[in-house]
Design a protein around this ligand. Structure first.
Ligand SMILES: N[C@@H](CCC(=O)N[C@@H](CS)C(=O)NCC(=O)O)C(=O)O
Length: 126
């Protein structure tokens, strides 16, 4: 039983870290915008933060999209920072990453789960 759990945990860690290495070594080149266009998009993403961790395949999907589209969004690692995890669970409603925190002008937050929905939201900004 313990061996089975150990094998599963180690397998996941190995898979996640391999994914992380493959991701870093195959990162596509980001698009280049004029500085005005980049400043405009930076303003649009200023109110966003992505809760994630590096070995999560769904998070990698979103962060690759961000990288490719030169979207400068703050990354909040829920594995390394307990406060980020607590915020995600308390205010977002559940512990699932990736999750995009969208702070509106009235300072209220929307918590957007699901990698495909996050990418769709970001696509509409670009
Ligand atoms: N359908 C979701 C799946 C997200 C998902 O399964 N995330 C995992 C990490 S890879 C998670 O948050 N698991 C909760 C945990 O680690 O406790 C998506 O596409 O975003």
């Amino acid at each position: 039983m313990i061996r089975k759990i150990l094998r599963r945990v180690l397998g996941r860690a190995l898979f996640g870290n391999m994914l992380r290495i493959v991701n870093y070594s195959t990162l596509p080149k980001p698009i280049i915008r004029s500085s005005e266009a980049q400043q405009k998009i930076n303003k649009q993403t200023d109110n966003l933060a992505l809760y994630q961790f590096e070995t999560c395949p769904f998070c990698i999907k979103v962060t690759r999209f961000m990288h490719q589209n030169a979207l400068n969004i703050e990354l909040r690692n829920t594995r390394n920072d307990h406060n980020h995890k607590t915020d995600l669970v308390t205010f977002g409603g559940k512990y699932q990453v990736p999750c995009l925190r969208i702070t509106q002008e009235n300072n209220e937050d929307n918590w957007l789960y699901e990698s495909d929905d996050i990418i769709l939201y970001l696509k509409n900004l670009t």
